[in-house]
Design a protein around this ligand. Sequence first.
Ligand code: 5GP
Length: 206
Amino acid sequence: MESGVGNLIVFTGPSGVGKGTIVRELFKEVDKLGFSVSVTTREKRAGEEDGKNYFFRTHEEFDELIEKDRLLEWAEFVGNKYGTPKDFVFEKLKSGNDVLLEIEVQGAIQVKEKFPDAVMIFLVPPSLNELEARLRKRNTETDEKIKLRLAKAKEEMQHTEFFEYIVINDDAMRAAKDVKNVILSLRGKKKIKLDLLEEMLTESEA
Ligand code: 5GP
């Protein structure tokens, strides 16, 4: 039996750093890479679609997913919950594809604890001032929420020791290329162990 499947790539970094732009670029450029759509309790922003950007759910629905052990990881972020559905990730990995999770730091650390072979990539802004400027320019959050996101960013940037790759987002296209190179260079090398995946699936079915 095959001992490894695809790679699980955990892509994180503070809110506003530009993870979304890079994910969109990777989506265009890298084949055999599945993107996990997360579940969230946060309100839909203009232009976002259910099932595409996120699965938008109520707090009750989210809590039920936790209770039924349907999430690979989940975390609270500035007053809302965000989580990764297990099924999509497992199916994709088992079929030999890599899977990319674009998540915040607490969730990223949970994934690393469950899957030590997960590939950990941290995207950092050139500076905190630049991060604030990007959050304000995005114009999706209130001033109060921006302040909370910035405080969270400072805290998140204390956890870089969990990450194997640190990419500076001073230029989105170059940063996307760096992330792409990491993903491609690991193909055929380190892989998530199939037995760990199956163990987790059995646990959640029990
Ligand atoms: P936003 O509200 O800006 O879409 O996302 C806020 C933060 O939640 C971002 O840092 C984003 O990467 C993170 N996030 C999105 N989906 C997930 C998830 O499934 N799990 C975790 N732990 N964080 C997530």
